[in-house]
Design a protein around this ligand. Structure first.
Ligand SMILES: Cc1cc2nc3c(=O)[nH]c(=O)nc-3n(C[C@H](O)[C@H](O)[C@H](O)COP(=O)(O)O)c2cc1C
Length: 185
């Protein structure tokens, strides 16, 4: 009987030590959202990697009228929209930005900043008090003014410094994404 009681006591102590040392049990896991717009698939590829590695929820921003697929045609259209101040309409089926702790916000780089559908999205949502983590895919310019422009659209959010992925590397970006995410998780 003594032996059994002694063993039970030791087990109790060990369980206490394990529980006290386990950080996962100390704090709740952050609620993660991955939201992105992608015209030709590069930003979607990075968003999928983030989703796989974080198990976060995903929302794809979509324009009501899809942009033309051909590069030269869309470039001309966006140039015209920008010079006339037109913002694309997006499908407005997203609500609940306040339900998340970390929000990864992804966009292609368009003319040195976030794509206009992402501008529309951010100007219609409330992420105040939340941490927004920008990720950008690009041809040559990197982040450009994306982070500054996101801050201007969500002045009450905590907008992190962001990460840019060259489009030439998105198919092999798993390790780069994992290393980057390690600082957030
Ligand atoms: C309208 C338009 C403007 C672009 N402007 C830039 C730019 O200023 N700098 C840059 O590096 N890449 C630019 N690109 C290239 C895209 O940023 C790049 O191909 C990106 O990875 C596309 O992402 P997506 O496949 O998710 O749409 C532009 C592409 C388009 C369609």
């Amino acid at each position: 009987m003594r032996k059994i009681l002694g063993l039970a006591f030791i087990l109790l102590i060990l369980t206490g030590i394990i529980l006290a040392r386990s950080p996962a049990l100390d704090k709740e896991a952050p609620k993660i959202l991955v939201v992105y717009y992608s015209h030709s698939g590069n930003t979607r590829a990075i968003a999928s990697l983030i989703r796989d590695l974080t198990s976060g929820d995903v929302y794809e921003i979509q324009t009501v009228t899809p942009y033309p697929a051909e590069y030269k045609v869309i470039v001309e259209q966006i140039k015209k929209e920008k010079s006339s101040g037109v913002k694309p309409k997006i499908k407005s089926d997203f609500a609940g930005g306040q339900n998340y702790d970390l929000v990864f916000i992804g966009s292609p780089c368009w003319f040195g900043t976030i794509a206009t559908p992402v501008e529309t999205f951010l100007s219609t949502q409330d992420f105040s008090g939340k941490t927004l983590i920008p990720f950008i895919t690009y041809g040559g310019s990197g982040l450009g003014s994306a982070v500054r422009d996101i801050r201007a659209l969500q002045p009450s959010a905590n907008v992190a410094s962001g990460k840019a992925f060259p489009r030439s590397g998105v198919q092999d970006a798993q390790k780069e994404v994992a290393d980057w995410l390690a600082s957030w998780l």
